[in-house]
Ligand binder design. Structure first.
Ligand code: GLY
Length: 353
C-alpha cells in the first residue's frame, strides 16, 4: 500500500492499494474517537461494496447506518442533500461523528457537501470507487451539488480526513465508466506532465494503471497544496472543464459523461489555441489520438453560441472576465483572462493574441 500526505487547511493521508476496502474499519478506528458513522453511497456501489465496508466497520466496533440514493448525476441536487441531512439527524449524528462517502464523483461531492454543511461541518472520509474519483474528485476538498443554472454551483471547500483508494474497485467498472476517468487522467497529462502523456501513448493502461493513478494523485496534491481555494494555480485543473461543463449542461447531464464532455473541452480548447498560435503545432493531433485510444469523443452536438451561453454561468467567470486554461505544449498549462467578447472570439478562433 502507498501513502501520499496532503498538507492543506486540513492535512490528511491518501491510501492507495489493492484489496484495502476490507481493512477500512481497522484503518479508520485509529483516526476517530467516535464509533458512529453514516455511509453515503449510491444503489450500484452499495450492492457491490456496501457489505464489505459495513462488515469491516462492524468488526472494528463502529455503529454503521447507510444512506443510499439512486446512482447518477441527476441525484446530485438539493433534494438528495436534504434527504441526507434528515438521515444524519435521524441517525443521531453529532459533530464528533463522521460520514463515509463510498462511490464515484457524485457520491463524493454530495456526501462531502453534506459533511461540510451539516451542523456547520463534520468530518468525512472519501472512499472513491471510480477512476475519476480516485485521481481527481476525492482529493482537494471540493464538494458541491448542481442547481438548475449549472454544475457544482452550490458547494464548499471541506477537506476529507482520509482518502482510501482501493484500485480493485476499478475492476467492476464498465469500460465506459473507466474511460470517463481517463478524460481526467488525460487532463493531468496535457496540462501538467509530458512523461505521463507519453506513458499513456505508449502503454496498455492495464500495465501501468497503478503508476498512472499515483502520478495523478501526486499532481493533484501539489496543486491543492499550492492553491487550496483556487485563487490561481488550481484553476489549471479546470483544463477542458469550462467547455466540458457547458456541454454537460446542454445535454442536461444525460447522454454524455463528465469525462466525455471534458475530452471534447480539452480537444476544442487546444484546437483553438493551436490555431491561434498559443499551442505548439501538432499538439492537438496527438491529443486527439490519445483521447480516441480511450474511446473518448472530440466533438459534441453543440454550437459555439450554446457553449458561450452556458459558460457564462461558470465559476471561472469573474464579472465581465473569463479565465480559461490553455496548454502551450503537452505537459504545460497557463491561465488566460479574457473579456467575454474575446472569449467568444477565442471559441471561434478569431481573437488576436
Ligand atoms: N477537479 C478540479 C479541482 O479539484 O480543482
Amino acid at each position: 500500500m502507498k501513502k501520499i500526505h496532503v498538507n492543506a487547511s486540513g492535512s490528511y493521508d491518501i491510501l492507495i492499494g489493492h484489496d484495502i476496502l476490507n481493512e477500512v474499519g481497522k484503518t479508520i478506528s485509529k483516526l476517530f474517537k467516535s464509533r458512529n458513522t453514516v455511509i453515503v453511497t449510491d444503489d450500484i456501489v452499495d450492492a457491490l461494496y456496501g457489505d464489505v465496508l459495513r462488515k469491516s466497520l462492524l468488526k472494528a466496533g463502529f455503529n454503521v447506518k447507510t444512506f443510499t440514493f439512486l446512482n447518477g448525476e441527476q441525484s446530485k441536487n438539493i433534494n438528495t442533500l436534504t434527504s441526507v441531512y434528515d438521515f444524519l439527524s435521524e441517525s443521531g449524528i453529532t459533530r464528533t461523528d463522521f460520514i463515509i462517502a463510498l462511490g464515484g464523483g457524485v457520491v463524493g461531492d454530495l456526501a462531502g457537501f453534506a459533511a461540510a454543511s451539516f451542523l456547520r461541518g463534520i468530518p468525512f472520509v472519501q472512499i472513491p470507487t471510480t477512476l475519476l474519483a480516485q485521481v481527481d474528485s476525492s482529493i482537494g476538498g471540493k464538494t458541491a451539488v448542481n442547481i438548475k443554472a449549472g454544475k457544482n454551483l452550490v458547494g464548499a471547500f471541506h477537506q476529507p480526513s482520509l482518502v482510501i483508494c482501493d484500485i480493485n474497485t476499478l475492476l467492476t467498472l464498465k469500460p465506459e465508466t473507466f474511460n470517463d476517468g481517463m478524460g481526467e487522467v488525460i487532463k493531468y497529462a496535457v496540462a501538467f506532465s509530458k512523461p505521463l502523456f507519453e506513458i499513456l501513448e505508449k502503454n496498455d493502461i492495464k500495465e501501468v494503471l497503478d503508476d498512472v493513478i499515483l502520478d495523478c494523485i501526486n499532481c493533484k496534491k501539489e496543486v491543492v497544496q499550492a492553491d487550496e481555494k483556487e485563487a490561481g494555480e488550481r484553476m489549471k485543473l479546470n483544463f477542458g472543464h469550462t467547455i466540458g461543463h457547458a456541454i454537460e449542461k446542454h445535454y442536461n447531464y444525460k447522454g454524455i459523461t463528465h469525462g466525455q464532455a471534458v475530452a471534447v473541452g480539452i480537444y476544442k480548447i487546444t484546437k483553438q489555441s493551436e490555431k491561434l498560435g498559443i499551442t505548439k503545432p501538432g499538439s492537438v493531433d496527438r491529443i486527439k489520438k490519445l483521447l480516441e485510444k480511450f474511446k473518448l469523443p472530440v466533438t459534441a452536438s453543440i454550437t459555439d453560441e450554446q457553449i458561450l451561453k452556458n459558460s457564462l454561468n461558470d465559476k471561472k467567470r469573474h464579472s465581465d472576465k473569463m479565465t480559461i486554461v490553455v496548454s502551450p505544449e503537452i505537459g504545460d498549462s497557463k491561465l488566460m483572462t479574457l473579456s467575454i467578447d474575446d472569449y467568444k472570439k477565442f471559441l471561434i478562433g478569431k481573437i488576436n493574441t
